[in-house]
Design a protein. Structure first.
Length: 550
């Protein structure tokens, strides 16, 4: 036997092997932190990066109380997977995490995040802090019961409201402290895994039933000069202000200082601007405290107003389009101002939220059969960061939902969607009986897109109402396209040439990862003998198209 320094060579080799194994095991058990989720802004688009890659939120928001019980959540997880949901939007309740002032209980949050991670579902947390749908119903009992320290808003009639006063320092500091502790806890349990990718601060903030708080403190502040920070913002952004805010300021000949009514005019609209400013400042205090501990992207959502409804009859002062500049000036820690949809004017509101070049996120929309078509339109037309119907768990037919099929298509197209976002190579389509046709140009080609029921081939075309249809179209080469969706028929032409356009090849198929797997070649009845591309009514699919001219 050979010895080295008095030890057998075989023993030395064995000890080295053990040490190498131990070192390897030690390093393999270390979880390397993934990149922090972030919003990356370019000249043409904003993208949400998750784990360093562009990410589309195919979301579902829970009903308000569902996340308060893990037992209640148990049957919901399979529904989320069946519906192709990749992101759960779930509330966190102030009253649950801080039942006693300064004593925090994050067990429910921990269980939610860990279960989502096990299910391979990302999470957007919704902070139900000082306000939820305007009201302060989720604040802890020790806040509710001490109205001397934690002041309430007062209506025009002098009645106290179930709404914490936005001008109260005590209110803001208590909320900010709870939110800061929440974010610190998230970093502790999820800072390496990045299961939670965004946070909503408060929920549908707004003043009711008056346009502003009429407490003594708020009334005194209303008769003080407009804060310098807001005036500086107006002066700096005068050329890009939203029309309504610019018009209000114009009433004073663009005064550079003065009291609220001296700058914006006398009336309820100025009261709402005042309210928006103080809601924004309060929210900024909360968001800043949270980001200090864990700087995830943060947003605030708005309950949308309806035509001819006055502030106070709708939640006054929230991050609505006509107040976005006030919110941007008052809450720079907030990354996105976003709409919640419970009215039919989908395109109208999305146009307003993107009018200044801001990214769109749709964190809450009424869960109806139409959301499948609207999701396709939102991702294809608006480059939305995400889409999320409310009370996603309410379905009894998860696999059959229109949204399920649309999410499947968006998931397959995600690499192409994120590659072409912000360019003319991508378009979204949303069609109804009232708006059954549209056109889109791609280079030299014009696509005329109609609702499939305009063909009259289906008995449903005679119905008084049609199911909504939608599609995403992506151009990947001069003559090459992918089309995914449901209920559309597309014909092709040259808007500037005398030549006609024909279909060279048309395949149905699926993406497996990034690889296209072609199925049938559709050169017969399915393409009307080469005259159109059709995704029939109540059918969801993907087709690969190549055009030619003759």
């Amino acid at each position: 036997m050979i010895f080295i320094l008095g030890r057998p060579v075989t023993r030395i080799i064995k000890d080295l092997a053990i040490n190498v194994w131990l070192i390897t095991a030690m390093f393999s058990s270390v979880v390397v932190a993934k990149p922090l989720p972030e919003l990356v802004v370019t000249d043409t688009q904003t993208q949400l990066l998750v784990e360093g890659k562009p990410y589309l939120i195919l979301g579902g928001e829970l009903g308000n109380s569902s996340a308060s019980s893990m037992a209640y959540m148990e049957p919901i997880w399979p529904k989320l997977k069946a519906m192709n949901v990749n992101t759960l939007l779930a509330p966190v309740y102030w009253e649950n995490i801080e039942p006693v002032e300064g004593q925090f209980d994050f067990l429910l949050v921990k269980k939610l995040v860990e279960r989502a991670r096990a299910e391979k579902i990302k999470v957007v947390l919704l902070w139900f802090g000082s306000w939820k749908n305007s009201m302060s119903s989720y604040v802890p009992s020790w806040v509710k019961g001490n109205t001397t320290r934690f002041e309430r808003s007062i209506s025009h009639e002098g009645k106290p409201q179930e709404i914490l006063a936005a001008l109260s320092t005590h209110n803001a500091m208590a909320d900010a402290n709870a939110f800061e502790n929440l974010m610190a806890f998230l970093k502790k349990i999820d800072g390496k895994h990045r299961t939670v990718i965004m946070v909503q601060v408060e929920n549908e903030i707004g003043m009711l039933p008056s346009a502003r708080d009429h407490s003594a403190a708020a009334t005194e502040a209303y008769h003080q000069p407009v804060p310098t920070a807001l005036m500086d913002y107006l002066l700096k952004h005068k050329s890009t202000l939203t029309p309504s805010l610019l018009a209000a300021w114009k009433s004073s000949n663009y005064a550079e200082a003065g009291r609220w009514e001296e700058v914006f005019g006398v009336g309820i609209a100025t009261e709402e601007i005042f309210t928006a400013w103080h809601f924004a400042r309060y929210t900024n205090v909360v968001a800043t405290a949270g980001k200090k501990r864990y700087p995830l992207p943060m947003f605030v959502n708005a309950a949308l107003n309806r035509p001819n409804v006055l502030p106070g009859d709708y939640p006054s002062g929230g991050p609505l389009p006509h107040l976005m500049d006030v919110w941007k000036a008052g809450a720079p820690a907030i990354d996105l101002l976003v709409p919640d949809f419970y009215n039919p004017r989908f395109q109208y509101w999305n146009d307003l939220y993107t009018q200044q070049g801001d990214a769109l996120l749709i964190p809450e929309i009424r869960f109806t059969p139409e959301v499948g078509a609207k999701a396709l339109f939102a991702f294809g037309h608006y480059n939305t960061l995400g889409f999320s119907p409310f009370s996603i768990e309410s379905t009894a037919t998860a696999k059959a939902e229109n949204l399920t099929h649309s999410y499947n298509i968006i998931h397959q197209l995600q690499p192409l969607i994120t590659q072409h976002q912000g360019s003319d190579a991508i378009a979204g389509v949303w069609l109804t009986k009232e708006q059954p046709e549209t056109t889109r140009d791609f280079g030299d080609y014009r696509f005329t897109i109609k609702h499939d029921l305009t063909l009259g081939w289906n008995a449903a075309s005679k119905a008084p109402a049609w199911d909504h249809s939608g599609a995403i179209i992506i151009q990947t080469g001069e003559h090459d396209f992918y089309v995914g969706g449901s209920g559309v028929v597309i014909t092709f032409s040259h808007p500037t040439k005398q030549q006609r356009v024909g279909i060279e090849t048309l395949y149905e198929g699926v993406f497996i990862g990034r690889e296209w797997q072609a199925g049938r070649r559709l050169n017969g009845d399915q393409s009307h003998q080469g005259r159109h591309l059709r995704l029939p009514y109540q059918y969801w699919g993907l087709q690969q198209l190549r055009l030619y001219s003759y």
